[in-house]
Design a protein around this ligand. Structure first.
Ligand code: PMP
Length: 358
């Protein structure tokens, strides 16, 4: 019954969405609600409009994003979450290519899934010992690769490279497409690369409303790139689903992007909590690299990752762990509210008081 392709697929495993009440620090959602303008937009939405299909290219939303990013509307593509935008990008730029796609060995695990869905393979470039990207190895792989995908900041490591280093990789790839996944860039000290698209025709920057704008449930992500790349994304989209962004999502995303003050306050609060959380974890003996995202990637010398995750879960705190070489003893912990952070730190203090555990 299944296709040859379907028999080969191993899907991405999304983080758990528990039904019971927990302190949920496992999927990097924003702990604060979206801008009040989102609630107003929902309350004022004319249900009669639902009768009609939405604009297939969500042009009003593209215009709003273009204005925010300082680019032209033809440089913007929107989709049903940035996962969908990435998926279309893998099809448009790497689908069926013989040469592999360069990615880090520890990065967003969906990249390999998209590659396998579109008949391409990945070349994994090992991170350096301190979990930083190996910029030189990426650049050196350009000739033998069809393109590259870099999460900036990287997930789950939480580390950002300098803008110059990432642009150096883009330069090394010449005209080949380099996707820079900026899902967490709003929390980073390193500015977005979106404003560089005019200089680099192969650069595609992908962003999301799910994290910094508290709209994970609405499913909206976008890409910024040269018109040639954006048109290719539209072509793939129109081979898949003419209307990936529904009318309500387009309206709430527009409302969110218009409320810059709320967005900045929210990001500032999360950065302040991130810093307190990092200090608190370090005081308990955790190794926590300075995060550029809305999560930290922490390990404890005396406790295994699986043990810590289970013990936290018993205390109602849900965190994410990846059972992969080099990182299986690290926990990826989302920055929540101040109260979430207190609960996390007191649960960990209790666990750590036990001495050791694997
Ligand atoms: N990129 C990275 C690095 C992520 O961690 C995520 C969230 N899982 C996404 C993209 C996708 O986010 P969304 O589809 O909600 O926009």
């Amino acid at each position: 019954m299944l296709s040859r392709l379907a028999k080969t697929l191993t899907p991405y495993t999304a983080g758990e969405q528990p039904r019971e009440k927990t302190i949920k620090l496992n999927t990097n959602e924003n702990p604060y609600p979206p801008s009040p303008r989102v609630a107003e937009t929902l309350a004022g939405f004319d249900a009669a409009k639902y009768r009609l299909y939405p604009d297939p290219d969500a042009r009003a939303l593209c215009r709003a994003i273009a204005e925010y990013e300082g680019v032209a509307p033809e440089n913007v593509f929107v989709g049903n979450g940035s996962d969908e935008v990435l998926s279309f990008a893998f099809a448009a730029f790497f689908g069926g290519e013989d040469k592999p796609i360069a990615i880090a060995d520890v990065t967003y695990s969906f990249y390999k899934v998209f590659a396998s869905l579109y008949g391409s393979v990945c070349r994994e470039i090992p991170l350096l010992g301190d979990m930083r990207a190996d910029i030189k190895a990426f650049a050196a792989a350009a000739e033998r690769s069809c393109g590259a995908v870099i999460a900036q900041p990287n997930a789950p490591t939480s580390l950002a490279e300098s803008a110059e280093d990432i642009l150096g990789i883009v330069r090394a790839f010449g005209g080949k497409t380099v996707i820079v996944d900026e899902a967490y860039a709003d929390f980073s000290r390193v500015p977005s690369l979106a404003r560089h698209i005019a200089e680099y025709p192969g650069l595609l920057v992908v962003k999301t409303f799910s994290k910094s704008r508290s709209l994970a449930g609405a499913r909206c992500g976008y890409a910024i790139g040269g018109a040639e790349l954006i048109n290719a994304l539209r072509t793939v989209k129109d081979c898949f689903n003419s209307y990936p962004v529904n009318a309500v999502t387009a309206a709430v995303a527009e409302a969110a992007i218009a409320d810059d003050g709320y967005f900045r306050d929210c990001v500032a609060k999360i950065k302040a909590t991130r810093s307190r959380m990092t200090d608190g974890l370090r005081a308990l003996g955790f190794d926590v690299p300075d995060s550029d995202a809305n999560f930290v990637f922490a390990a404890h010398p005396r406790f295994g990752g699986e043990y810590l995750q289970k013990e936290l879960r018993r205390r109602g705190v849900v965190v994410r762990r990846f059972d992969a070489p080099r990182v299986r003893d690290r926990l990826r912990i989302t920055v929540g509210t101040e109260e979430d952070t207190d609960s996390l730190l007191s649960a960990l203090a209790e666990i750590c008081a036990a001495g050791s555990g694997r």
